[in-house]
Design a protein around this ligand. Structure first.
Ligand SMILES: *[C@@H]1O[C@H](CO)[C@@H](O)[C@H](O)[C@H]1NC(C)=O
Length: 228
């Protein structure tokens, strides 16, 4: 039977206090979806359910074939998401959970008790827990049943401070993923040699990717961890 993966998208569409749209970042869903959709059964959820907002700036930026085809052929993937709270208590029905990046998750999936509970349940049920770009930020404050932080002592990566600076959004995000994960992991944050370079970190069942360029490799790492 094909493994089952729960993909989690944001429902948040506004960039902090700026009057600018945000959401999820096109290649960070398109690329892992491309790698995994024929080998796994993918279910997509978001806090509010229904349509999850696609960051229009990512449509401008991502002109690769996989992203363009996904945009053209796969609207149903992000327009008909299920509500996240339905999956509480269902970790046993899945093999992995994957959080798609973009700035949206920084606003609605970090201090989100439903999301934190899901991550804890997936982790404690020995499932794969994964995310790319800004989405690893959703892990930083997740506490396990014994009170310890999920990422404590584990190598992790995410969108870096330099990348946020170059994106011009350092003062707009509620916090910087690199700083939060560096602290929560106890100094185990790692990154590519150069900003925007591909970097995937596999810490046992915790899989994180640094940025949009890492999205395909994160999908491949999830596939490998699932043995597909
Ligand atoms: C996504 O698009 C591909 C073709 O590029 C198709 O094979 C697949 O069934 C689509 N999936 C969904 C859920 O629309």
């Amino acid at each position: 039977m094909a493994p089952k993966i729960l993909f989690v998208l944001t429902s948040h569409n506004k960039l902090g206090n700026l009057d600018k749209p945000t959401g999820w970042y096109l290649p960070e869903l398109a690329h892992p979806y491309h790698v995994l959709h024929k080998k796994a059964e993918i279910t997509v959820a978001s806090p509010k359910g229904g349509e999850s907002p696609l960051d229009p700036s990512s449509v401008e930026a991502a002109k690769d074939d996989v992203s363009v085809n996904f945009l053209k052929n796969n609207e149903s993937v992000w327009k008909n998401t299920q509500k996240l709270d339905q999956f509480v208590g269902k970790a046993k029905d899945f093999d992995a959970i994957f959080y798609v990046g973009g700035h949206g998750p920084m606003f609605d999936l970090v201090d989100n008790p439903i999301s934190q509970q899901l991550i804890r349940e997936f982790w404690e049920a020995d499932k794969i827990v994964s995310a790319v770009c800004h989405a690893p930020a959703v892990f930083y404050d997740v506490k396990l049943s014994d009170g310890s932080l999920l990422v404590a002592g584990k190598e992790v990566t995410a969108f870096t401070n330099t990348e946020e600076e170059q994106a011009g959004l350092t003062d707009v995000v509620p916090f910087l993923p690199e700083n939060a994960l560096q602290k929560a992991s106890g100094g185990k944050f790692v990154k590519a040699a150069e900003p925007w370079g591909e970097k995937v970190v596999i810490s046992g069942r915790l899989i994180t990717g640094q940025n949009p360029a890492s999205a395909t490799a994160v999908g491949e790492a999830i596939a490998k961890a699932l043995g597909i």
